[in-house]
Design a protein around this ligand. Structure first.
Ligand SMILES: C[S@@+](CC[C@H](N)C(=O)[O-])C[C@H]1O[C@@H](n2cnc3c(N)ncnc32)[C@H](O)[C@@H]1O
Length: 450
């Protein structure tokens, strides 16, 4: 990083030249704010270059100093921006430049506007007041899941909570809204600052930049270890930040603890005395949580839109497998939380179903079933899984729009859909799957859920 002073010094020689030069070299990478106008800078000329700050302050562009989304100018501009539209960024940028806004402030404000827009499906209206980084938004818990976490702590009688790694504060917001007293710790200074902004309305939260694992004296503990690194997803829980084993160790010192983990986590990593919960919403598998201190060991599938299935026993124990059966009149697809929690055997027992092939999570039976845990399909036709035959059949039925579902076959639905060259006016659903008799394409009707 270059010391800003030389530029300030040069201003005394010719204030405009170095200002322009520094701005050029910064290439939109950074700003240094000078909070009072240097006496040597002619106010009238400053006024024409940066009208907003005339006589008050100037921003000197400088190498390597990255403005934060919390920079007062970014927040000020962000407040004034129209709703974000990708196709208007260019013209909007030009007009803001003409108004005298610095390129990096514009870029930061537009980045925040874009992230707020992206965050709406996750955070709804609240997104319009929050600040994000792209990574932290990706990692943030969904509010429905965060509210569920808070409810579990409340139900378990927790009042004070340590949060290890609050990111931009999605879980923290749910904990604070539920009335818990939260001490959140975050190692990343920038995220901690954003979280403080996002939680400014709450008096029952304290956010420190510190190691969350140290000095825990609250009665509850929540951890959401970072599971992405520079090279993408980290599958080994010991490489998460913090490592799963160190979080579990810390969790043993409190009354109730929850640790958010990857939903695809190998059951072997789950503590045998824990209650592990897989959460789904709208048939999307969102996350898994290792709970300690909330009840008997079990694997639990919780559908946030309604329904819970409990598989009692140590969560790292074996998953009961069910023998397959010949294809019946109906095919059912279990909710992904049921699949990951190893609850298929319980569903088969409850509804008299069996898998269509060994280890395949399509179930079959001869009665229609309405259950929050299952999507149901009536089998109309069973076709060989051969592209040409399938194309011919679909053409003869005038199918133009095709939903392709698949398990246990190495086919990419998008590629297959293109190759089938569908042009009809009807729509259909096809399930590609092994059966006990070999691989097939099942033409099915999706049955209404409730
Ligand atoms: C997955 S993010 C948390 C997201 C958060 N639950 C949310 O919903 O917004 C994990 C965070 O943990 C932080 N972190 C990792 N190790 C930590 C530690 N030992 N103490 C405090 N924070 C830590 C990381 O910097 C990262 O921001």
């Amino acid at each position: 990083m270059v010391d800003p002073l030389p530029h300030v010094h040069q201003l005394t020689q010719s204030w405009a030249k170095p200002y322009g030069k520094a701005a050029f070299h910064a290439g939109g990478k950074g700003s240094l704010r000078v909070d009072s106008l240097p006496s040597f800078a002619p106010p009238t000329k400053t006024a024409s270059l940066i009208p907003r700050y005339a006589g008050v302050m100037i921003s000197i562009w400088h190498y390597g100093v990255v403005p934060s989304p919390l920079h007062a100018d970014v927040l000020h501009l962000l407040d004034q921006l129209p709703p974000y539209r990708e196709d208007e960024v260019f013209s909007l940028t030009n007009s803001l430049r003409k108004d005298g806004w610095q390129p990096e402030i514009i870029s930061q404000a537009l980045t925040q506007a874009r992230l707020r827009e992206k965050a709406v499906p996750k955070f709804g209206d609240r997104a319009s007041k929050m600040l994000f980084t792209s990574d932290a938004l990706e990692q943030a818990s969904r509010p429905e899941a965060a509210a569920h976490h808070a409810r579990i702590f409340l139900d378990a009688g927790v009042q004070s909570l340590r949060e290890i790694g609050c990111g931009i504060g999605a879980d923290t917001t749910a904990f604070a809204s539920a009335g818990l007293t939260v001490t959140a710790r975050e190692l990343d200074n920038e995220r901690a600052r954003l979280a403080r902004h996002n939680l400014a309305d709450f008096k029952n939260v304290r956010i420190d930049v510190a190691d969350g694992l140290a000095d825990i004296d609250e009665d509850g503990m929540w951890a959401d270890p970072a599971r992405r690194g520079a090279k993408g997803r980290i599958s080994n829980p010991e490489e998460w930040m913090p490592a799963l084993s160190s979080v579990v160790r810390a969790a043993r010192g409190v009354k109730v603890a929850g640790i958010k983990v990857a939903p695809g986590i190998d059951h072997a990593h789950l503590p045998s005395d824990s209650r592990v919960e897989w959460l789904s919403l709208g048939r999307d598998l969102i996350e898994a949580i290792i709970w300690l201190g909330t009840g008997e060991p079990a694997r639990v599938a919780t559908l946030l839109d309604g329904g819970q299935l409990v598989v009692p026993g140590p969560p790292n124990g074996p998953v009961t497998m069910v023998d397959p059966a010949p294809l019946g009149e109906y095919v059912f697809e279990p909710d992904p939380a049921i699949i990951r929690s190893g609850g298929i055997a319980l569903l088969c027992e409850k509804y008299d179903l069996a898998p269509v092939a060994p280890g395949i999570a399509y179930l079959t039976g001869n009665s229609p079933i309405t259950s929050p845990f299952l999507d149901a399909f009536q089998v109309k036709d069973v076709l060989p899984l051969q592209e040409k035959k399938l194309a011919r059949e679909l053409k003869s039925r005038n199918i133009g729009s095709l939903e392709i579902k698949k398990r246990g076959v190495d086919i990419t639905p998008e590629t297959l859909r293109k190759r089938l060259k569908l042009s009809g006016t009807e729509s259909a659903t096809v399930i590609l799957t092994p059966l006990v008799t070999g691989r097939h394409a099942l033409l099915v009707n999706r049955l209404p859920q409730h």
